[in-house]
Design a binder for this molecule. Structure first.
Ligand code: ZN
Length: 261
């Protein structure tokens, strides 16, 4: 789908399904993927295949429907099909850049940290403005301008965002992990103010079982050929951990019943 079409289709979808949610939202509202795919399968598939651009388009459209124009409201896509769910150890390179639901147990969470997401520089010779995305911990500056000037540029502006870093461990009680003895972890980054809002922040605690819906992005490390993969979270679903999530096969069930006699 072309970007203008994605925007047009989100307009139809939100107009008919989400106006109440948008006007009641403090910082985000949930979009049930199942509902989206019933409404427009192509749009739903576009979200799975090309999440970064599709989520951006959705948020542009949300702005049109937000009457206050003061809030910045995110669309949280939840309830992805099971085929998109992955444990951390199941993630393969084909999953990079696709919308997936990363399942696991939070084993680490930082308090809110402020990171510089991008910085604007000006060339002192020609006045050209250069935007540099800041994706790792080293602050990057442009080394040269299109006009040929090399060396220091004037720093004009920095965009600071709130984020939380999370560690996610495989849930060894999950039936897909029953044969695994080690819980591997992945570090994820939650970006955006909706995920660091007080309401959500309070619930992000070690031990909570979650599905983080989002996508992996590769970032080249500064002065290196190595890449970091960072998971960009769009939404978070908190799961109940109870006996119903424990998988018992027929054989085990029979022996438990035998033992109980
Ligand atoms: Zn220049």
């Amino acid at each position: 789908m072309e970007p203008p079409e994605v925007i047009e289709e989100f307009k139809h979808f939100f107009e008919n399904n989400c106006l109440g949610d948008i006007s009641n939202a403090a910082s985000f509202f949930e979009v049930d993927f199942n509902k989206l795919s019933k409404w427009n399968l192509d749009l739903a598939n576009e979200l799975l295949d090309n999440p970064e651009e599709t989520i951006k388009a959705a948020e542009l459209v949300v702005k049109l429907f937000d009457s206050t124009k003061e809030k910045s409201i995110s669309a949280w896509f939840v309830n992805l099909p099971n085929t998109q769910h992955r444990n951390a150890w199941e993630v393969r390179k084909d999953d990079i850049g696709k919308m997936i639901g990363l399942k696991g147990i939070i084993n680490k969470s930082t308090s809110i940290i402020h990171i510089c997401a991008s910085a604007k520089f000006e060339c002192p010779v020609c006045g050209n403005i250069i935007n540099i995305l800041q994706l790792d911990s080293t602050f990057k500056e442009p080394s040269k301008c299109g006009c040929g000037r090399k060396g220091k540029m004037t720093l004009l502006d920095k965009k600071i965002i709130d984020t939380i870093k999370l560690g996610l461990a495989d849930d060894l009680m999950d039936k897909d992990n029953i044969d695994r003895s080690i819980a591997r972890e992945k570090i994820s980054i939650l970006s955006g103010k909706d995920l660091t809002s007080h309401q959500i922040d309070k619930r992000i605690k070690p031990g909570r079982k979650v599905i983080l819906n989002g996508y992996f992005k590769y970032h080249q490390k500064t002065n290196s050929t190595e890449f970091d993969s960072i998971f960009q979270v769009n939404s978070i679903e908190f799961l109940q951990v109870g006996w119903d999530t424990v998988f018992i096969n027929n054989k085990v069930e029979k022996s438990i019943i035998e033992l109980a006699k």
